[in-house]
Ligand binder design. Structure first.
Ligand SMILES: C[S@@+](CC[C@H](N)C(=O)[O-])C[C@H]1O[C@@H](n2cnc3c(N)ncnc32)[C@H](O)[C@@H]1O
Length: 219
């Protein structure tokens, strides 16, 4: 961790509302929540040097691999933080984030722990605060029950849904894969994906068709 200190944000609350001042020149700020070993954010940051990436993970040990990779690659447009998503409002001001990635979030089956799901009604209001109007959540999971649940909570919270698919890699690999995704892909497990767009407070989405459309994945 010490070797990678340059890419680690230890006091993210000091950057609240100041990310763009501290890291100027980037067209957008993208945040991955629950980055695990960080493969997705590191590879995506390499593809998009004009975007600034923040990878958040509450388990420091998991993140070290991504941190070391980003250091070794000399990436400048990425930072990591060991924090819990419950505290996001302390780290980002209203509308400061352009895109959130939720990749293979823990499903927390059973009603008892539903509020721990990163797509639960506990977390969506937090994302709506830190996302700018028009900002997006890109969500991928191998778990169909979590996917159905999340389509419901996104709709309930007023997000507009698009790019809904239940078999993202049906015709071959699409986009940057996470560590979990590579494992599932090798096992032939279908991956679900959707994009949920925050339209702004009080804005209502047009009815989505929910019909499983697959569109281009740019990451
Ligand atoms: C199943 S893993 C997926 C890791 C990675 N996104 C991937 O696809 O390879 C889920 C990760 O989310 C992290 N996580 C779960 N809840 C979190 C929270 N509230 N705040 C931050 N990280 C969280 C876990 O520690 C774990 O590393």
């Amino acid at each position: 961790m010490e070797r990678c200190a340059a890419l680690l944000v230890r006091e993210p609350w000091l950057l609240r509302g100041r990310w763009r001042d501290e890291f100027p020149g980037y067209k957008e700020l993208h945040l991955e929540i629950g980055c695990g070993r960080g493969r997705f954010t590191v590879e995506t940051a390499k593809l998009h040097p004009d975007v600034f990436f923040v990878a958040l993970e509450r388990v420091a040990d998991a993140m070290i691999i991504g941190l070391e990779k980003a250091m070794a690659e000399g990436l400048r447009n990425i930072r990591f933080m060991t924090q819990d998503a419950s505290n996001l409002l302390e780290f980002f001001a209203d509308g400061e984030v352009d895109r959130i990635y939720l990749n293979f979030s823990d499903p927390w089956p059973g009603k008892r722990h539903a509020k721990r799901r990163l797509t639960s009604e506990r977390f969506l209001p937090i994302y709506k605060k830190i996302l700018r109007p028009g900002g997006e959540i890109h969500f991928k999971t191998d778990n169909p029950e979590l996917f159905d649940y999340s389509l419901g909570t996104f709709r309930e919270a007023g997000f507009a849904l698009s790019e809904i698919t239940r078999n993202l890699h049906e015709n071959g690999p699409v986009g940057v894969m996470t560590d979990y995704e590579m494992k599932f892909y090798a096992q032939g497990v279908s991956i679900c994906r959707c994009v949920a767009t925050f339209l702004g407070e009080g804005e209502q989405p047009a009815q989505d068709d929910g019909a499983g459309r697959t569109e281009k994945v740019d990451e």
